[in-house]
Ligand binder design. Structure first.
Ligand code: BMA
Length: 369
C-alpha cells in the first residue's frame, strides 16, 4: 500500500495525474454492451492510462523465470526480482486447454489462482491461445486447412465448443468474473499457425472469430471479455484490416512485432507500424497495443530496453499512445525476453522501468472502478 501511495505522489509530481471521468473517452464503448462493471471500467481505464504512459507486460511472469518455478502460493516474477515492481499486464496462454497444464507446462488451476491474485492487486490479465487443432494433439504450428471445420457446419465444431470456455472459472474475491483481454488467433497474417493466412480465407477467419466471441458471450453468458486482434508485421493498414472481424467484435487494435524491434536499423518500420495501429484505433475510438515483442535470446544489445524499445515507444506523439507493450516468456537461459537477475540487461531494464512513461503494476490507478 505504502508503495502505491508513493507511486501516486511521484506520478502527480511528474504531472501525469490521471484525469477525472468523462472527457474525450466518453463515447468509448466495449463491443460487449453487457460487459460486467469491472470489465467496462477496465476498458475505460485502459484508454485513460494510455494517454499517460505505456504499461509493461510479460508473458507467464508469475509462473516461472530463468532458473525457478512458482507454486500457486507464490507471487513472484523475474521482473520483480530485477526492478522491485511487477508488470502491469500479465500474459497467459491457454494452448492445450482441456489438459491439466498449458502448452508451456503451466497448470491451468494455478493459472486461475495467479489471474485472480494479479487482478486483486490491480494488474491486468491477457490471454492468448496457441491452440491445438481441437480434438487432436496437433499443435498450433500445424499447417493445414481446418478453420472451416471448426465453424458451425464443420465436423470439429462440437469439439471446438468444448474447449472454448475457460473463462467461466475466473473469479475475483467477491465472486465477480475477472476481466480478461482475450487475444485468440494471433499473427494470422503469417502462415505459421493453422489459422494463418494461407490456411483459411479472410471470410473463414472472420467467421471463426465472430463465432467464438458470440459463443462465449451469448451462449455461455460470459461478459468479462475484452477482445484483442493482433496481426504480425504488415505493410499497410489495408493488410492490417484484411481479416479484421469488425468494429463490433474487436476492442483492442493490437500488433505483434518482433522483427522490427530487433535492431536499431529497423526502428523506423517499428515506429510506422505503431503509428498505423494508433491511427486505426483512434478512427474507431478503440485502444492500440503492442501485444507481443522482444528479443528471445536476451537482447544482444544490452541497452535494448532504452535504445530500441523505449525509443520507438517515445518516437512520436502517436506511438506514445499505445496502451501496453508485452514481452514474451522467460523460459530458461536460452529463451528469455524480460531481464532476470544476472542478465546483461539488468541495469538497462531498471532504466526502462524508471522512465516516467513506463507503467508497472504498482504505478497503476485503480483499473476496475
Ligand atoms: C513461442 C515460444 C514457445 C512457446 C510458445 C507458446 O513463441 O515461446 O516456446 O511454447 O510461444 O507460449
Amino acid at each position: 500500500m505504502k508503495r502505491s501511495i508513493t507511486c501516486w505522489i511521484t506520478l502527480m509530481t511528474l504531472g501525469v495525474a490521471f484525469g477525472a471521468e468523462g472527457g474525450s473517452n466518453s463515447t468509448l464503448e466495449l463491443t460487449d454492451p453487457l460487459a460486467t462493471p469491472e470489465t467496462k471500467a477496465l476498458y475505460r481505464n485502459l484508454h485513460k492510462v494510455a494517454t499517460k504512459g505505456v504499461m509493461f507486460g510479460h508473458e507467464d511472469t508469475l509462473a516461472y523465470g530463468v532458473g525457478w518455478k512458482s507454486t500457486e502460493k507464490d507471487f513472484d516474477s523475474d521482473v520483480y526480482r530485477v526492478c522491485g515492481k511487477f508488470p502491469a499486464v500479465f500474459g497467459w496462454d491457454i494452448g492445450h486447454i482441456g489438459t491439466p497444464a498449458n502448452i508451456d507446462g503451466v497448470p491451468f488451476e494455478n493459472m486461475k489462482i495467479w489471474i485472480a491474485k494479479s487482478y486483486e492487486k490491480g494488474g491486468i490479465n491477457t490471454i492468448s491461445w496457441h491452440s491445438r487443432i481441437p480434438g487432436t494433439t496437433e499443435n498450433a504450428w500445424t499447417q493445414k486447412k481446418v478453420v472451416s471445420r471448426l465453424l458451425p457446419s464443420g465436423d470439429l465444431h462440437e469439439t471446438y465448443k468444448a474447449v472454448a470456455a475457460f473463462f467461466a472459472g475466473l473469479k475475483g474475491p467477491k465472486g465477480e468474473p475477472v476481466p480478461i483481454i482475450f487475444r485468440p488467433f494471433h499473427e494470422h497474417n503469417g502462415n505459421w499457425f493453422w489459422w494463418g493466412a494461407k490456411w483459411c480465407t479472410p471470410d473463414e477467419y472472420k467467421q471463426i472469430w465472430r463465432f467464438t466471441i458470440d459463443y462465449l458471450r451469448k451462449t455461455k453468458g460470459l461478459h468479462n471479455i475484452i477482445t484483442a486482434y493482433s496481426p504480425d508485421r504488415f505493410k499497410d493498414s489495408q493488410e492490417y484490416l484484411e481479416r479484421y472481424p469488425g468494429d463490433d467484435y474487436i476492442d483492442i487494435i493490437g500488433h505483434d512485432n518482433y522483427g522490427n524491434f530487433r535492431s536499431i536499423e529497423s526502428k523506423d518500420e517499428a515506429r510506422q507500424a505503431l503509428e498505423t495501429i494508433v491511427l486505426l484505433a483512434e478512427e474507431r475510438n478503440k485502444i492500440a497495443a503492442l501485444t507481443e515483442t522482444g528479443v528471445g535470446q536476451g537482447p544482444a544489445n544490452s541497452k535494448w530496453w532504452t535504445d530500441i524499445l523505449l525509443e520507438v515507444i517515445k518516437s512520436s506523439p502517436s506511438t506514445k499512445k499505445i496502451a501496453w507493450v508485452l514481452v514474451w516468456r522467460n523460459a530458461d537461459k536460452r529463451q528469455n525476453y524480460a531481464a532476470f537477475p544476472g542478465a546483461a540487461t539488468v541495469d538497462n531494464f531498471k532504466a526502462f522501468e524508471a522512465d516516467p512513461i513506463t507503467l508497472f503494476m504498482e504505478d497503476l490507478p485503480p483499473m476496475y472502478e
